[in-house]
Each structure stands twice: as structure tokens, then as C-alpha cells.
Design a protein around this ligand. Sequence first.
Ligand SMILES: [Fe+2]
Ligand SMILES: [Fe+2]
Length: 135
Amino acid sequence: MALFSWSDDYSVKVPSIDAQHHRLVDMLNELHDGMVAGKAAEHVASVLDGLIAYTAQHFSYEEELFAKYAYPESAEHIAEHQKLVEQVVAFKTKLLAKEATITMELVKFLKNWLIGHILGSDKKYSALLVEQRVE
Ligand SMILES: [Fe+2]
Ligand SMILES: [Fe+2]
């Protein structure tokens, strides 16, 4: 059973960004399902790596649009992205040092972060990008 599913309530009305968010939801579900199914730690870690890489790509995509359209709340938004990246990098360091394992707690943290960020921060740029006809 999936951890959570995509909902139209998450839409920021920009199709390319919705598609990226949707993919992030799918990747988090894959991470969750791998854990529940008791897949090997290496497998779960590699799914997490894929999720981290795709998240970085997604953040860059949003941040390039902020620069292009002079989004006024860009600085705070980028700081939120940056903070998550730092938290995940710190976790990865512990994981590599075998001081941490991927747990359901981590998966739930990522899920709550993603939903909170989409609903709280990503939605704030929606009107500007829609007005600029970003697809
Ligand atoms: Fe964002
Ligand atoms: Fe986003």
C-alpha cells in the first residue's frame, strides 16, 4: 500500500511543476514500499539516492523560474530548499558512516516536508507563473 497519493489539491497550476511533484510523490512511495517489503538496505539506499538527485533537479528548476520572472519571495523559498538539502546531506553522511538507517520516520519526515512545502511555499508562486504562462 502506498504511503500517500497525488491529489489535485497539490496542484500549483503549472503542468511541468505538477509533473515533477507527482514524480516526487511516486519516488517517496517507492522508497516506502521498498522498506515495507523488506528490500535490502542497499536497494532502499539507492532509491533514496534517486530521490535526492531528482529533488535537487526539481529545486533548480523552480529556482531558475524565480530568477527568470523576478519572484519576490525567492530568497525565503530558496532558503527552505537549502535547509532540506542540508538535512538530507547530513543524514546521508550518517548513513554512509553506518550511524543511521533509513527508517519509516525519515520517509514520513520527507512526506510531510514535501506536502507542507508544496501547499505552503510552492503555491505562493503559482499566480505569478500562471500569469507568465509558464507551462
Ligand atoms: Fe519549492
Ligand atoms: Fe516544488
